[in-house]
Write a new protein. Structure first.
Length: 486
């Protein structure tokens, strides 16, 4: 009797190994659901942390039956994993098919094409390469020797089973190629069943699409949810957090926990333009409070919004969600992009738990200063003329852009508040605001907060005379003409 024992608590297992154990777990559970009677004495037992697999028949026969049930091709010529795709529609299965072609199965040695297929889908045509066979279907060629028995030596591995595991130097291939033991090779074989495929609209103006996979952190085999298998995101950080939101149950009991996943993007490189190469492998980790904050913000933002990736990156790096806004969005076009989301910014700021009281007071002081400043401009405007609110916004934005040190920002903010005049929050809480205005605290933080206040400032929108904006609160006209032309 042959027995494999695969335990996700094994310290020598990587993210991908544990994902492979999860994929095998899902497959065996599906076979139990189908109530199939495995041949060749094949038997298994499943727990939340481990799988035991054994058989009494010939090694190659038992494994080939398991692989034939796991790795198939559907009637549309798509790679098909019955255990996780039996409830998916054509578009989802096609996305998985293409994702595999751009990650695990790029080389023609591992993916045999059955030719191009054109399928009508409503008012458009869908074109893809159908599959004749793929390497997972003949995995016994690697696991078994010529006599049909399990290999007794480690098995050489390449990118089709572990992305990035390439030969370091062709001249010394024998000593630089990766290898894996038989049990671990079996686990890696089922990793695609547990990986989520993602498509990123990178450089969206050029319509350039990047692909990648997200590998979950498997800590409980019985709670693996494989329904989310492909989706679009606005960046790699955004993709990772959206994945964690789908696979994490936010509860009071898990408030102190952190959640992790591994993200592997693929793209073309100068030395290999014919195929997608693994560009990186980054473990994304975030605590449950920040993940919940991102969930709230996602409800305010739409897919394709540049803020999604920007905020996700900040939260993952342990920074406030608004960190660095002034450095990224202060230029005219970027400012209009974020100003157009004024309502969303206001909602997000209301839901923010500020790190310090000073940060919240600083934003309030900036809003009051803007209200007074625009009110003065409106009060000086002659009847029938249009108040020059746009000019003031451009002036503030340009001055903020030139703040490259604590000294220059201090001069900017003190001048702004001084010209505004009677700011109640500043008068009542000036001692608390000193660290943000004197450079004793992080002046870049204050710079981003001012920009956030400028972009989110909306005013009360009172228009008693439809022919003239009011002098006391003209802020809604600040960038209105420009926004309409974005």
């Amino acid at each position: 009797m042959v027995k494999f024992h695969l335990d996700i608590r094994d310290p020598s297992m990587t993210f991908l190994h544990r994902a492979g154990v999860a994929g095998l777990f899902v497959q065996l559970k599906y076979l139990e659901y189908l109530k199939l009677q495995p041949p060749h004495g094949l038997n298994w037992s499943l727990t939340a942390q481990a799988i035991e697999l054994d058989w009494t028949g010939k090694d190659i026969d038992a494994l080939q039956w398991l692989f034939s049930q796991s790795f198939q091709i559907d009637n549309d010529g798509l790679i098909y994993f019955p255990a996780i795709e039996h409830s998916l529609d054509f578009r989802q299965r096609l996305a998985i098919h293409r994702g595999l072609q751009n990650s695990f199965l790029q080389h023609t040695q591992f993916f045999k094409s059955a030719g191009k297929v054109v399928r009508e889908d409503g008012d458009r045509q869908i074109k893809y390469r159908a599959c004749a066979s793929y390497v997972h279907q003949r995995a016994t060629d690697f696991l078994c020797d010529l006599q049909g028995n399990l290999q007794s030596k480690p098995i050489k591995i390449t990118g089709w089973i572990y992305p990035g595991a390439t030969v370091q130097h062709e001249l010394v291939k024998a000593t630089t190629q990766f290898s894996e033991g038989v049990p671990y090779f079996l686990a890696l074989l089922f990793a695609p069943l547990a990986c989520t495929h993602i498509s990123i609209s990178a450089n969206w103006q050029q319509r350039k699409i990047q692909n990648g996979i997200i590998i979950p952190e498997v800590i409980d085999l019985e709670k693996c949810d494989r329904q989310l298998f492909h989706y679009w995101a606005d960046g790699w950080s955004d993709a990772a957090l959206k994945f964690l939101l789908k696979t994490t149950v936010v509860s009071q009991q898990s408030k102190a926990k952190t959640h992790r996943c591994l993200i592997i993007p693929f793209g073309t490189v100068a030395w290999s333009k014919q195929q997608q190469t693994r560009l990186a492998a980054e473990t994304i980790e975030i605590d449950i409070q920040r993940l919940e904050l991102y969930r709230i913000f996602c409800a305010e933002l739409r897919q394709g919004d540049p803020l999604c990736q920007f905020i996700a990156e900040n939260l993952i790096r342990g920074k406030p969600w608004w960190w660095g806004f002034a450095d990224v969005f202060v230029h005219k076009e970027a400012y209009l992009t974020i100003k157009f989301r004024q309502n969303q910014l206001n909602c997000m700021m209301k839901k923010t738990e500020w790190d310090t009281e000073a940060q919240e007071l600083f934003v309030q002081a900036c809003h009051q200063g803007l209200r007074i400043t625009f009110g003065k401009i409106g009060g000086k405007t002659k009847e029938g003329d249009y108040p020059q609110f746009d000019r003031k916004v451009i002036q503030l934005r340009s001055s903020l852009e030139r703040c490259h040190s604590a000294a220059t920002f201090r001069d900017f903010i003190t001048s702004f508040w001084g010209n505004a005049g009677n700011i109640k929050v500043l008068q009542e809480s000036w001692q608390k605001l000193l660290p943000l205005t004197t450079g004793q605290s992080d002046w870049k933080m204050a710079k981003s907060l001012f920009f956030l206040a400028l972009a989110s400032y909306k005013g009360e929108e009172k228009f008693p005379n439809p022919d003239k904006p009011p002098a006391e609160d003209p802020s809604t006209a600040t960038t209105e003409p420009e926004v309409r032309h974005v």
